[in-house]
Design a protein around this ligand. Structure first.
Ligand code: HEM
Length: 487
């Protein structure tokens, strides 16, 4: 970090007037990202609010966010010292941990191991593909069962189990049945996690709320409990792995982390053994809620726009028919499917704010002085709905990502911001894009989706760390007769 010098008069970012005690907390509303977009129109892309007694600087718009998170990557790579962050992954979370040399080693190990088990080369991609294809097949079985006699059901919980199973297979070499209620409950409690950790969380910023009974305190308590429960689930699995560990055979990511960390290989020698459980918990938690929310949005958008669903199926039918299931290599041949996925991410912006950042030292951004340890909120929504960047950003138009030759416009897709940028960028981006491509293309190749005509479909959602669609009814039909072997 460079010491910010030569700015005799340190210009602080502008912002709304803060009230005593609560600051601007009461102004955030249910959808802070939308409030922040409105505030950015008044105060500019860098503005300051107060939450409780803490200053929070909010960054909006692609250019400003990239200048901060990419150009000043080190300075903006911190996380606030929130007490809720210390409850995640046994207090050794990489995703919620402070920026340091130890953190860099931790992120490197987590990232390279995740890639080694998913997208690093053709061989691992093929294995990953097989896990995903098996999960989609089982998901289709459950979808069809729930749609018996034309019934409608909310697909969110089934999507959660299918997505959690993919990451469980990578972490533990094990999947769980859709009928396993305990597993369903464990992975289904994630909304409480997001509500506490999402930007705008009041619990960490107004600690006195914990002093008397209120909904925020109850949320905080359940956050504590669900983190402990989730961590215990992983600890148990990792200790079973340690008992049966064989250095000659790496069965899954738990084994890989045991090999690197317990046995001090490379950067692993910097981390104590407890980091194995924490890293697995981080990956399992981060990989599951995000992708299941993405898949739920995809299904909602398919039923909301049946003509787009039809066009997607036509593309898939043209390229591979029913002869074989789509694979990673088919991505380039299915540009409309890819455009649909990017547009679903842009339009829903279902992770509207990143996890809160903090400054690691004093820094200047767009001429404004921001002191060290300031909390930073990054508004990804403002990038994906910027009227200067997108035509009709509030309309769902997958075609916007296709060029005049109907190929994917690579420049434009990089303009969608959902995995953040810079030092804290998500490490699950490639895995997620592949997983969502496979889920979407296989589901559409084999099934058609329709919504309940008695229920009005809305794009309203519940805000936690991710924006989740409200429950909606869907019915699924197989596009061809399944053979006995397949059912
Ligand atoms: C962090 C989005 C899937 C692992 C993040 C962040 C976002 C994000 C916005 C915060 C970045 C920041 O604070 O600046 C998403 C989306 C996903 C997804 C939209 C799916 C569509 C995954 C998956 C994994 C994963 C599948 C792993 C299996 C992580 C980790 C971090 C992270 C470990 C913390 C990075 C850090 O603090 O440096 N993700 N994520 N994510 N994500 Fe993801």
């Amino acid at each position: 970090c460079l010491w910010v010098r030569g700015h005799g008069q340190k210009r602080s970012p502008p912002g709304p007037f803060p009230w005593p005690v609560v600051g601007n907390a009461m102004q955030l509303g249910q959808m802070p990202h939308l409030t922040f977009c409105r505030m950015a129109q008044i105060y500019g892309n860098v503005f300051k609010i107060k939450l409780g007694t803490r200053d929070v600087v909010v960054l909006n718009g692609e250019a400003t966010i990239r200048r901060a998170l990419v150009k000043h990557r080190e300075e903006f790579a911190g996380r606030p010292n929130f007490s809720s962050f210390k409850m995640v992954s046994g207090g050794r979370s990489m995703a919620f941990g402070a920026y340091s040399d130890l953190w860099k080693a931790h992120k490197k190990i987590a990232h390279s191991t995740l890639r080694a088990f998913s997208t690093v080369n053709t061989e691992t991609t093929r294995q990953f593909e097989q896990h995903v294809a098996a999960e989609v097949k089982d998901l289709i079985r459950v979808f069809l069962l729930r749609s018996t006699d034309g019934k409608y059901f909310d697909p969110y919980h089934e999507c959660t189990v299918a997505i959690a199973n993919v990451i469980c297979a990578l972490c533990f070499g094990k999947r769980y049945s859709h009928e396993d209620d305990e597993f369903k409950a464990l992975v289904g409690r994630n909304d409480k996690f997001g509500q506490t950790v999402g930007a705008g969380s009041l619990v960490d910023l107004l600690p006195w709320l914990q002093a008397f009974p209120n909904p925020v305190r109850r949320l905080y308590q359940s956050f504590k409990d669900l983190n402990l429960e989730f961590f215990d689930f992983v600890k148990d699995k990792v200790s079973q792995h340690r008992e049966t560990y064989n250095p000659e055979v790496t069965r899954d990511m738990s084994d890989a982390f045991i090999g690197l960390i317990d046995h001090g290989v490379g950067d692993g020698e910097l981390l104590s053994k407890e980091y194995v459980e924490s890293t697995v918990t981080d990956l399992l938690g981060a990989g599951q809620d995000t992708n299941s929310t993405a898949l739920t949005w995809i299904i909602l958008l398919l039923v909301k726009y049946p003509h787009i669903q039809k066009k997607l199926q036509e593309e898939i039918d043209r390229v591979m028919g029913q002869d074989r299931v789509p694979t990673a290599e088919d991505r380039a041949k299915l540009p409309y499917v890819q455009a649909f996925i990017y547009e679903s991410m842009r339009f829903s912006s279902f992770v509207p704010m990143t996890i809160p950042h903090s400054t690691t030292c004093d820094v200047l951004i767009d001429g404004f002085y921001i002191p060290r340890d300031t909390i930073i909120f990054v508004n990804q929504w403002s990038v994906n709905h910027d009227v200067d960047k997108w035509t009709n950003p509030d309309q769902f138009q997958p075609d916007r990502f296709l060029d005049e030759n109907n190929q994917l416009n690579k420049d434009l897709i990089h303009g969608v911001m959902i995995f953040s940028v810079g030092r804290r960028r998500c490490i699950g981006d490639q895995l997620s894009m592949l997983q969502l491509f496979l889920f979407t293309s296989i589901l559409l190749q084999q099934c058609s989706f329709r919504s309940d005509p008695k229920q009005e479909l809305t794009m309203d959602c519940i805000n936690s760390l991710a924006l989740k669609p409200l429950p909606f009814g869907v019915s699924v039909k197989a596009r061809r007769q399944l053979t006995n072997q397949e059912t």
